[in-house]
Design a protein around this ligand. Structure first.
Ligand code: SF4
Length: 295
């Protein structure tokens, strides 16, 4: 007998549902099956996971619930489910908005890394096909309650204003702002911000992967080396800034246009060839169809 924890539900022992599974597999209509399992829909999630590839039309009207629970437990992709199949554009937008909203609520409550300072910093549930990935917040961002809220942010938003004509307000309202780690790591004993540990990076990547699943971005803009290295192997900034690359991450394919970190810690973007390459990168972003659609 096996047990499973799904979302906020207690462990389920599903040996007893083999009969239901058999009925579904034999093509019995879903309504007849639900009559047997009453309204305990979470059992269906277990069935979906057991069945692998699924045609969700079979599970109307409970598809949204199943998708939500599967995303919560991070198994939707593993189960190879086509969770948008058959959903109209309007419903799909509504579903994505709800999933993203719930995702951000869970992210803000995250306490997975004991050494990270709270609160979690999030840019909010902005529905967008463009995703910006920062490194980790500094000490001011948790107080201000938003990413890139201090000096590095001023430089970053100036870049976008100067080259793409997008103000900070427009940027925050139209681009989803993610990060490698969403909490301030604290200061090093020697001064400066602590670099997140590999375990913290790995732990926090679960949030980024779910954002990829929910938003399916067409353009991702990683800012700074730590963020860039989540998507491509480590290389010199001279070799990657100013370029557009096709990248797959968490099973999702998109264009990647990296940017250097705008903090004053490195002079790279203020000297040649950094200045020219940064300008090229910003122009490529401004010309990208997903970015153009934002305005
Ligand atoms: S860094 Fe990420 S995974 Fe760690 S506590 Fe903060 S939000 Fe959670």
């Amino acid at each position: 007998m096996r047990g499973l924890r799904v979302g906020g539900f207690d462990a389920l022992e599903f040996d007893g549902f083999n009969g239901i599974r058999k009925l579904l597999l034999e093509g019995l209509h879903f309504r007849q099956a639900t009559a047997l399992i009453k309204d305990d829909l979470v059992q269906l999630v277990v069935l979906v996971l057991q069945m692998g590839k699924v045609h969700f039309n079979l599970f109307q009207p409970f598809r949204e619930f199943i998708v939500h629970e599967m995303i919560v437990i991070g198994l939707c992709r593993k189960a190879k489910c086509d969770f948008t199949g058959g959903v109209s554009g309007k419903q799909n937008v509504k579903l994505t908005a709800r999933l993203l909203d719930e995702h951000v609520q869970r992210l803000r409550a995250c306490v997975l890394c004991p050494a990270m300072h709270k609160p979690v910093v999030s840019g909010g549930a902005v529905m967008s096909k463009v995703l910006l990935v920062g490194q980790a917040p500094g000490d001011k961002e948790p107080i201000m309650g938003r990413p890139f809220a201090w000096t590095a942010g001023k430089t970053l938003f100036k870049w976008f204003n100067d080259v793409a004509g997008m103000s900070e307000v427009q940027f925050r309202a139209s681009i989803y702002m993610a990060a490698v780690c969403r909490c301030f790591p604290g200061k090093k004993p020697t001064g400066g911000d602590r670099v997140p540990s590999p375990i913290e990076v790995q732990t926090c990547s679960g949030w980024l992967k779910r954002e990829m699943e929910i938003l399916k971005p067409e353009l991702v803009i990683p800012v700074g080396k730590l963020a860039i290295e989540q998507f491509i192997p480590p290389r010199k900034l001279d070799e990657i800034i100013g370029r557009k690359m096709r990248v797959t991450y968490a099973g999702h394919e998109f264009d990647l246009i990296p940017l250097p970190h705008p903090s004053g810690a490195s002079p790279w973007h203020r000297m040649e060839p950094g200045k020219t390459l940064l300008n090229q990168a910003l122009k490529k972003i401004a010309e990208h169809p997903a970015f153009k659609e934002l305005s």
